[in-house]
Design a protein. Structure first.
Length: 278
């Protein structure tokens, strides 16, 4: 009877593919022939009469088989190991080999994507709303993923999605979404692949840009008024001091040529008065 089974494994892990036959009760493999082959064309590992009879460079040193339950072990798992495997067991005790087991097992290999990276670019902004271009990207995973977006837990349809392949058939994915933000909202981006998922959430904040008069203008105006006022006071003080000096100090001829005296009216009056009384 042929049975179909599925096994999942991640790149770099160790995985066991079960066979449909358990011969642990038998003393050895001497009475059996076991084939593990991929896609019915490529022999991965084979034993006959207890001895290994196959060699595959791609699986060499990465595969082993349990001689009791005939499980095929692969380590470390690679992307190219993804596919279907067939376990065929023959009984050699009779003259003609008899197939006693034939089972297909599908191995689904996965590679973890990076945690989604979200960026938001504000294109236009006002106090009513902000237009943003939101991008979400993840890379280095397998198989080809699906990517979804949500605004406050409500699903949002992407405007643009692109997948690309890198080395060893790994995938990169990028998606874009135009959002009109009228209030602060949480945006969540999720990348799902083969039953696994990774998510990232970013808070999109509404911005309000209001034109304002530069504060330096008022400061400069006030400073200019103060400077002009001080300059006027200084010039006025200098002018008055010169005017008073020219009024009270008049040049008079002295006995010695070139010497000038300043008359002091109040003192001269007092001396004259006293002299008169004497």
């Amino acid at each position: 009877a042929q049975e179909k089974k599925a096994v999942k494994s991640k790149v770099g892990d160790k995985v066991g593919l079960p066979c449909c036959r358990d011969i642990s009760s038998v003393k050895s493999l001497s009475d059996h022939r076991v084939y593990w082959q991929k896609n019915t064309t490529e022999v991965v590992l084979a034993y006959a009469e207890g001895s290994k009879i196959s060699k595959n460079e791609r699986y060499d040193n990465r595969t082993d088989m349990d001689t009791g339950n005939l499980t095929l072990w692969i380590s470390p798992v690679e992307i190219l190991d993804n596919g279907s495997y067939q376990c065929v067991v023959q009984n050699l005790s009779s003259k003609n080999p008899v197939v006693i087991c034939d089972e297909t097992v599908t191995l689904f290999v996965t590679a973890d994507f990076s945690k989604p990276n979200i960026t938001a670019e504000v294109t236009t902004s006002s106090c009513e709303s902000a237009e943003m271009l939101v991008r979400c990207s993840a890379h280095g995973g397998f198989p080809k993923p699906t990517i979804s977006g949500a605004l406050n837990n409500e699903s949002a349809a992407w405007n643009y999605t692109q997948w690309s392949e890198s080395g060893l058939s790994l995938y990169n994915v990028t998606a874009e979404l135009w959002v009109s933000v009228t209030k602060d909202i949480n945006f969540t981006c999720s990348v799902e692949y083969s039953g696994f998922a990774k998510s990232t959430t970013l808070l999109l904040k509404k911005t309000c840009v209001v034109p304002t008069v530069p504060p330096t203008y008022k400061v400069i105006t006030a400073s200019s008024i103060i400077i002009i006022f001080l300059l006027v006071v200084t010039l006025a003080a200098r002018y008055l001091s010169r005017y008073v000096c020219s009024y009270c100090c008049k040049p008079q001829d002295s006995v010695e040529e070139g010497v000038k005296e300043c008359t002091k009216p109040p003192m001269s009056s007092r001396v004259t008065s006293e002299t008169s009384s004497v």
